[in-house]
Design a protein around this ligand. Structure first.
Ligand code: NAD
Length: 504
């Protein structure tokens, strides 16, 4: 008789403790490498979210009143704990997301850059001061935390994105509610315990698990002052419009369709290597993954496609438990089907298969959500596969006759997250930087993700509002400025009624 294994039931993290969900609704969490359910995550009701918000609201005043230096000490201890527990965290990321261990290690490192910046929060919110702006008045500004703020995260970086969204929010004195992706909630719960261990007061950090219902309560609840969303473009747009309708500050970062232009003078071997890593790494499930390459000129295109074909055919797909794989599965069966749908339809529209990843050779015992690397040539901007972000290893070649045409193709796209050019021609690189309508730009750098102390944000429909995913601007997003004009009156101070508009 088969022994039935009990599936682990996850919880929420409220008021410094794990608490079970009460909704009776759950979502399965998979190991994408095996296709097995590893846990089920509760999906919170509006009532549960309201309770979490009340707890956060009650924790806020004391946290706000703590000195910036003391808060920074706690953030610093949190950073230390992540570093000390990195190996365990890597295992968790890999199991619930399917990415390789090296990739998970990289994501933690990049996430820590946001924590490092947050440790400097007192410096970043210290405001301005002017002595005697007129009539013995001193003017100064201060940046106060907002109160209860919420972050809503995507599945593809279970640790890096939540750290990027929330570290500064905590450090400047807010009470933070994280709603992680229901596909990868285990990493967020693990991090919650590290905050607790670091000494963060109960209630300042909350993880509420859920889906649209939980998100809608966060969007509509008057106590929540700001929403920081990272995810797909359609949901980002919904979050932006709904959150602003409820008078909240909203950052809503969406998807990307990121291209690499390859100029005729570029070293094609180097360009091909750069493309392959940035295009297929993490099974292409990165908002900054290269979606396609635009070689300039027929000769460049023919040579580059031949080099890419040879290299892509050697890539190894498989589970993270094998240290030699280049990338793992996609996140879910549904995602795999969506990606295959784009691929099939692109062939009907006239795209040409260079490499076909539809049936990758994976260990026969594994039922994971694998797709091999596919490259499609002769894609044109009117095809569906050009227009939409495809979140999986199907990448495209769009041929252009000139740099101008390549720039125009990219600028015609509704998304504008990342872009890069490979060239040794300074004038071409300068023209590209000047004319390209994209937020993060590389020159001979395949994934131009800024370092943590620069701002990360796309343009156009890759970002609704003016928020950033990480970087110094987070300090402004999570604080409100108060500008104070102060004068002390003594007995000699002249006093009279004046009706003129005050001036210096
Ligand atoms: P997603 O939009 O499906 O989900 C993101 C979050 O929104 C999840 O927490 C999910 O529970 C919630 N959500 C989903 N549907 C909702 C709805 N109808 N109403 C309210 N909430 C809802 O995104 P995903 O598939 O988890 O992540 C991949 C996407 O995220 C890709 O498009 C990728 O490009 C994007 N992304 C963008 C950035 C960036 O900084 N621009 C970074 C990482 C990922």
């Amino acid at each position: 008789m088969a022994v039935e294994q009990k599936i682990r039931e996850l919880q929420h993290f409220i008021n410094g403790s794990l608490v079970p969900g009460t909704s009776g609704r759950f979502s399965n969490v998979y190991n994408p490498c095996t296709g097995e359910v590893i846990a089920r995550v509760p999906l919170a009701t509006r009532e549960e979210v309201r309770h979490a918000i009340e707890v956060a609201k009650n924790a806020f005043p004391k946290w706000k009143a703590m000195s910036g230096g003391k808060r920074s000490e706690i953030v610093q201890r949190f950073r230390q704990l992540i570093a000390e527990n990195q190996e365990e965290l890597i295992e968790i990321i890999c199991e619930e997301s399917g990415k390789t261990k090296e990739d998970a290690r990289g994501e933690i490192q990049r996430g820590l850059e946001s924590v490092d910046l947050a440790i400097n929060a007192p410096h970043m919110v210290k405001g301005e001061y002017s002595v005697n702006v007129g009539g013995d008045i001193n003017a100064f500004s201060r940046k106060d935390p907002l109160g209860v703020v919420a972050a809503i995260s995507p599945f593809n970086f279970p640790v890096m994105v939540p750290l990027a969204q929330t570290s500064m929010a905590v450090a400047v004195g807010n009470a933070v509610i994280l709603k992680p992706s229901e596909k990868v909630p285990i990493s967020a719960l693990y991090i919650s315990n590290l905050w607790k261990e670091a000494g963060l007061p109960d209630g300042v950090w909350t993880v509420i698990n859920g889906d649209k219902e939980a998100v809608n309560e966060l969007l509509e609840n008057d106590t929540v002052q700001a929403i920081h969303f990272v995810g797909s473009t359609p949901i980002a747009e919904y979050i932006y419009h709904t959150g602003t309708k409820y008078n909240k500050r909203v950052a809503a970062l969406g998807g990307g369709k990121n291209f690499m232009i390859v100029m005729p003078d570029a070293d094609l071997e180097k360009a091909a290597n750069a493309f392959i890593g940035a295009a297929y790494g993490a099974a292409s499930q990165r908002c900054m993954a290269l979606s396609g390459v635009i070689p300039v000129g027929k000769e460049t295109a023919d040579k580059l496609v031949a080099i890419l074909k040879e290299k892509i055919e050697k890539l190894k797909v498989g589970p993270y438990t094998d240290d030699n794989v280049d990338f793992g599965p996609v996140i879910s069966k549904e995602s795999k089907e969506t990606i295959l749908g784009y691929l099939e339809r692109s062939l009907k529209e006239g795209a040409k298969l260079v490499t076909d990843g539809r049936n990758p050779e994976i260990l026969k015992t594994l039922n994971g959500f694998y797709l091999g690397p596919t490259l499609l040539d002769e894609v044109t901007p009117d095809m569906e596969i050009f227009k939409y972000e495809v979140f999986g290893p199907v990448r495209i070649v769009v041929r252009a006759d000139s740099l101008q045409e390549a720039i125009d193709i990219i600028n015609s796209h509704e998304l504008g997250n990342g872009v890069t050019i490979f060239t040794n021609n300074g004038a071409a690189a300068r023209k590209f930087q000047d004319e390209i309508e994209v937020g993060m730009v590389g020159v001979n750098v395949p994934i131009p993700i800024p370092v943590g102390y620069h701002n990360f944000a796309g343009w156009k429909r890759s970002n609704f509002g003016t928020g950033v995913m990480f970087g110094p601007d987070q300090a402004n997003f999570y604080t409100k400025r108060k500008t104070i004009s102060e004068k002390w009156l003594d007995v000699d101070t002249e006093s009279k009624v004046t009706f003129a508009f005050p001036s210096n």
